[in-house]
Design a protein around this ligand. Structure first.
Ligand code: AMP
Length: 113
């Protein structure tokens, strides 16, 4: 499958990995929008949040708790951070392997554009 995030998960293309376990990998976004901008993905290919299935419930919960863990490790948990999932065309998703953006280190604006 020609999926850039699967290739990152398989170490076929380089990335700056900040966290990894048997199910999840997290790496710095190549085009950071904040001092901390990390992408957290399942190693399993799930095209988008819309494509997730009931059997992925445990994995989805683990991803959120992993984001909490990474935010603490990165030193942004106390001040606060933002977690973003862009889903589908109108959601602004450009890479079709489900991923969660962890953004921190600056004040975030709302509403999102
Ligand atoms: P999205 O628009 O939500 O699909 O986000 C895709 C994100 O992946 C963007 O923030 C890109 O900067 C990021 N990205 C694309 N290719 C790479 C890569 N090879 N390594 C790290 N981040 C990437």
């Amino acid at each position: 499958m020609d999926c850039i995030f699967c290739k990152i998960a398989n170490k076929e293309i380089p990335s700056t990995i900040v966290y990894e376990d048997e199910d999840i990998i997290a790496f710095n976004d190549v085009n950071p929008e904040a001092p901390v901008h990390i992408l957290v993905i399942p190693k399993k290919h799930i095209a988008s949040l819309e494509a997730a299935q009931p059997e992925d419930a445990q994995l989805l919960g683990k991803i959120l708790l992993t984001i909490q863990h990474i935010a603490r490790e990165q030193g942004i948990a106390a001040d606060g951070y933002r977690v973003v999932n862009n889903c589908g065309e109108l959601g602004g998703q450009t890479v079709h392997h489900m991923h969660f953006h962890l953004l921190g280190g600056r004040e975030m604006l709302w509403p999102a554009g």
